[in-house]
Design a protein around this ligand. Structure first.
Ligand SMILES: [Fe+2]
Ligand SMILES: [Fe+2]
Length: 487
């Protein structure tokens, strides 16, 4: 079943081995042994920190059977601990060269260049750490799933984040020797929100306390994942590039879950408002009496998830990012489509900064503004789904628009960390900001209201009252399909 296209790029995945893979694992005894000894620890982690009490659930999951962008998946009911997590790389492109930085045009590296070893290892560990973290954050959500369809989507995202961890661990173990093996262990030891050994990045230590948060997370925070993977997919280190290219095909589904999830919440709210003849979206109590989530609260969730996720991009002006770019390790979003010299030796980029208590637009060397640019690209990328949500609202005849808050709102990292900024981009005092905070971010009462709706709905084909049915089923299944068999 395997088709060899070059010495180490196989399009089909070999499922005959303990660890499914398309990297010819069988021919590398040491690597195989190292990964096979990591696997039981991974399963321990899954059982301890992954979806709670779901070991016997049979879940309609897709499993990758190839890395061809078309037709790579097969669907079937699986118990999650038996999911075949594998190592999948996009096929090797013969003659690929490094697309940017000071090594631009040189052949892509098949081994880790010694001078960039520490830099590369750190990037892979940070990316790898986010993958199990989100599974941990979502551990208890299945208990309150609004439908079996949604529960299945949650689990699909979870098993794929688990697979993304495998992708990074493969790189660490294969290319970084003993240090890599230690880092691979560390990835299973840290825990989201654990005081002593937290996950590396802030947003991955936040709670995902309810399903609205889950949908917002998969729309906004998985999209940060997409931007990071897009940048790493450009890497001159070819195995990293190929890993990330395949991960991106999975990431797209996570953002689909988020976009359609929020979209269905909005749909249900608008339908309920219309049925009750409520036209003013700010009649919050009246809307909540219908058992749906009012639009202003949705906006507050958008404000929170966008601002926390923007912090993940790191300081807008950054020497580390400049070094990674210059080294050919981490590129820009859509690097090969950008019309410039891809070395940025003389280019500038305009960055919003704060000077004397005011925003100023400043041209800084483009090399040091790599993060700023990626953040700007991210903000643009977020807008598509928001526009589609707004279409649903306007079609329902309701006068309300979901917007992204100002770039500087509620930031803890980077250019805006020391200023207090409203959602409209006005710099205010700390006291003023705190006094208005609950207009912009959910209060405890808002959180309690959302929590009060989180009653599980596990009847086949049924949906909780605060969310609309999806338009189409997974893999074109019909409404009565049992996505999860709860055993
Ligand atoms: Fe991921
Ligand atoms: Fe993801």
């Amino acid at each position: 079943m395997t088709e060899q296209t070059s010495n180490d790029a196989i399009v089909e995945v070999n499922y005959d081995e303990l660890i499914p893979n398309n990297v010819d694992l069988a021919s590398d005894a040491r690597l195989k042994k190292a990964l096979e000894s990591w696997q039981p620890k991974y399963l321990d982690w899954w059982n301890e920190a992954g979806p709670d009490h779901t070991q016997n659930y049979e879940v309609y999951l897709r499993t990758a059977v190839g890395v061809d962008p078309k037709g790579w998946a097969k669907f079937g009911h699986v118990k999650m601990p038996e999911y075949r997590w594998g190592i999948l790389l996009a096929p090797k492109e013969e003659g690929r060269t490094i697309p940017f930085g000071k090594h631009k045009g040189e052949p892509a590296w098949q081994e880790v260049p010694g001078e960039y070893r520490a830099l590369l290892r750190r990037l892979i560990v940070v990316q790898g750490d986010t993958e199990p973290a989100s599974v941990e954050q979502q551990r208890y959500l299945s208990k309150t799933a609004p439908s079996l369809y949604d529960m299945r989507n949650l689990f699909q995202v979870n098993v794929e984040e688990g697979r993304h961890l495998w992708a990074m661990v493969y790189l660490l173990v294969k290319y970084f020797g003993r240090d890599g093996r230690e880092e691979a262990e560390g990835l299973l030891e840290r825990r989201s929100a654990d005081e002593d050994k937290p996950r590396i990045l802030g947003a991955f230590n936040e709670e995902t306390p309810d399903w609205l948060s889950f949908f917002m997370f998969t729309y906004f925070t998985d999209r940060d994942g997409k931007m990071q993977l897009e940048s790493l997919a450009q890497s001159g280190f070819d195995p990293l590039s190929r890993s990330c290219r395949f991960m991106l095909t999975e990431e797209a589904h996570h953002m689909f879950v988020g976009e359609t999830g929020v979209g269905r919440v909005i749909q249900r709210t608008c339908d309920a408002m219309n049925e009750a003849n409520i036209t003013d979206p700010y009649e919050i109590e009246a809307v909540r009496a219908l058992g749906v989530i009012d639009l202003p609260t949705l906006q507050k969730k958008v404000n929170f998830h966008t601002s926390v996720t923007r912090d993940l991009f790191g300081a807008e002006v950054s020497t580390n990012a400049a070094n990674s770019f210059n080294a050919g390790i981490k590129g820009r979003f859509a690097e090969t489509k950008i019309d410039d010299d891809h070395q940025l030796l003389n280019d500038t980029y305009t960055v919003t900064r704060v000077a004397d208590g005011k925003f100023v637009e400043e041209d800084v060397p483009a090399l040091s503004a790599i993060n700023a640019r990626l953040l700007d690209d991210y903000i643009k990328d977020c807008q598509g789904g928001i526009n589609r949500w707004n279409k649903t609202i306007s079609k329902a005849g309701i006068d309300f628009e979901i917007t992204q808050p100002h770039k500087a709102f509620n930031r803890k990292i980077g250019e805006f960390e020391s200023v207090y900024v409203t959602i409209d981009g006005e710099i205010v005092s700390e006291d003023e900001w705190n006094s208005k905070k609950e207009e912009w971010l959910c209060s405890d009462a808002d959180g309690d209201y959302i929590q009060s709706l989180m009653e599980p709905c596990t009847e086949v084909g049924k949906y909780a009252g605060w969310i609309a049915e999806p338009r189409i089923g997974i893999n074109n299944q019909t409404g009565e399909f049992e996505y999860v068999k709860i055993n």
